[in-house]
Design a protein around this ligand. Structure first.
Ligand code: HEM
Length: 245
């Protein structure tokens, strides 16, 4: 195999890892150290640490704020389906990373739903893309970065689906590649069968991960530092619940 394949398999993954880890840690460190002296939860506000934790978890797991305030339930469903599917796809991929002897049972149990999620995710992805193209007001506030990240994720998904259903790479060799990389052992590409579609998929995945620290995808960390969610008014000060007003 060529120099390019060798770069994608043996060199780029380490560059990706460094860019991703340093980038994410840096972004979180900046949020962590930014002073935020005054409590600014959104009315009616959280009243205790427990309330703030519940608020953040409800936003992270159920996209509560999108459900309550946007008035657009299709957007809520599309976003939620997209994120859940993405998570399930990542969990399915753990079979390449975990288990020297055999894939752990719980990862095995998630394989079927992981494939279903891979098919399903294309729908919300296309919806999230199309709404930026079709709705004039959303198009007006969309930047090239908004389109780029959606197209990048879509290309990762489509290359993965192509690999799974058409090119069918030898997944035992894929696991061998990943486990070798984890052990810092270079892979001899003449000894493995990796289809071109896998190499394209693997390359796009790495571009995505290197891009994440510089992109809006960092909202997966930012949500935990959002003052309107994490701040709370202690005791009876500042705010009353709607029933009390
Ligand atoms: C180290 C990272 C990754 C590796 C080594 C990898 C490898 C693969 C391989 C070998 C397949 C084909 C599976 C088969 O033939 O049964 C596949 C499929 C797929 N990949 Fe990835 N992938 C990676 C990361 C990702 C990421 C981050 C996504 C995010 C969306 C993704 C999305 C998909 C999808 C949607 C499929 C098709 C369904 C499936 O077989 O799971 N992959 N991937």
């Amino acid at each position: 195999m060529g120099v390019l394949a060798n770069f994608v398999v043996n060199v780029l993954p380490y560059i990706t890892l460094v860019v991703f880890v340093v980038g994410v840690v840096y972004r979180i460190a900046v949020w962590w150290s930014r002073p935020s002296p005054a409590p600014i939860p959104v009315f009616p506000g959280q009243r205790s640490v427990g309330d703030a934790v519940v608020r953040v978890l409800a936003d992270v797991l159920l996209f509560r704020s999108l459900f309550r305030f946007s008035g657009n339930r299709i957007l809520w469903l599309g976003s939620w389906l997209f994120h859940i599917s993405f998570g399930l796809i990542l969990l399915r991929h753990l079979r390449y990373f975990l288990g020297a002897e055999a894939v752990p049972g719980w990862v095995n149990a998630l394989q079927g739903i992981g494939v279903a999620a891979a098919v399903v995710i294309s729908v919300p992805l296309l919806y999230l893309l199309l709404r930026r193209i079709v709705h004039a007001d959303i198009k007006w506030i969309s930047t090239p970065a908004d389109y780029f990240v959606l197209l990048l994720i879509l290309s990762v998904v489509l290359s993965g689906l192509y690999a799974k259903f058409f090119a069918k790479p030898f997944v035992v060799d894929v696991k061998y590649v990943i486990r070798s990389l984890m052990a810092f052992q270079p892979v001899d590409l003449d000894k493995v069968y990796l289809s071109t579609s896998f190499l394209v998929h693997f390359f796009l995945v790495q571009v995505l991960f290197m891009y994440i620290p510089f992109s809006k995808v960092m909202h997966f960390g930012g949500v935990f530092f959002s003052p309107t969610r994490t701040h709370y008014f202690g005791g009876e000060s500042h705010t009353k619940s709607q029933e009390e007003v």
